[in-house]
Design a protein around this ligand. Sequence first.
Ligand SMILES: Nc1ccn([C@@H]2O[C@H](COP(=O)(O)OP(=O)(O)OP(=O)(O)O)[C@@H](O)[C@H]2O)c(=O)n1
Ligand SMILES: C[C@](O)(CO)[C@H](O)COP(=O)(O)O
Length: 195
Amino acid sequence: MLVHTVRRLAAAPSVRMIVIAAPPADVEAVHSLLSPVAPVTVVAGGAERQESVAAALAVVPDEVAIVLVHDAARCLTPPSVVERVAAAVRAGADAVIPVLPVVDTIKEVAADDTVLGTVDRSVLRAVQTPQGFRASVLRAAHAAAADAHTDDAGAVEKLGIPVHCVPGSDLALKITRPIDLALATHLLTLPDPDA
Ligand SMILES: Nc1ccn([C@@H]2O[C@H](COP(=O)(O)OP(=O)(O)OP(=O)(O)O)[C@@H](O)[C@H]2O)c(=O)n1
Ligand SMILES: C[C@](O)(CO)[C@H](O)COP(=O)(O)O
């Protein structure tokens, strides 16, 4: 997954530096794996995603103005999505997330499995990565983050800074369940949409 992720990130013209947070015991191995794919810096990640992002951010030079945070698990994210996010930050947004509409009906459910209500899905979005930030905003959000957050934009929202949405991609699925892996394996057999 890491190889596919880095290959697509490196193919995005806006990406100048790639920092990977790896399990501490695997830093050397990950560097050896990825060096033939693209120049990468590999740091020891943390127990949670948030800690890994903070560790990677710590080695990003101060002169880097825009930082994109990506999931290795979204390894088929097309370079066009990376470019869309980067372009929106360059155009002036402090924080940008790629999103998709929610296609299922969403219910709020009580602990006893009784439905409490139906949520208006027209205002909901499923959030992907990479998420793009003005570097100073991401650093401030991480410094201020008192609680755990499941995405970096969540920490920015808590600062009261607007987060802008751009279209994501079905290809940017997060490989979480066995069926996601089966789907990704099949998608790899299809022509590259960005080629
Ligand atoms: N300690 C961690 C855990 C996760 N990640 C990053 O966060 C992404 C999502 O991780 P994870 O939560 O493990 O993905 P899921 O497969 O969705 O697992 P879970 O069911 O725990 O949410 C990973 O691809 C990885 O890039 C990380 O950097 N450091
Ligand atoms: C960042 C993310 O991929 C956006 O959808 C998601 O929040 C990661 O969540 P996870 O539970 O760490 O996989």
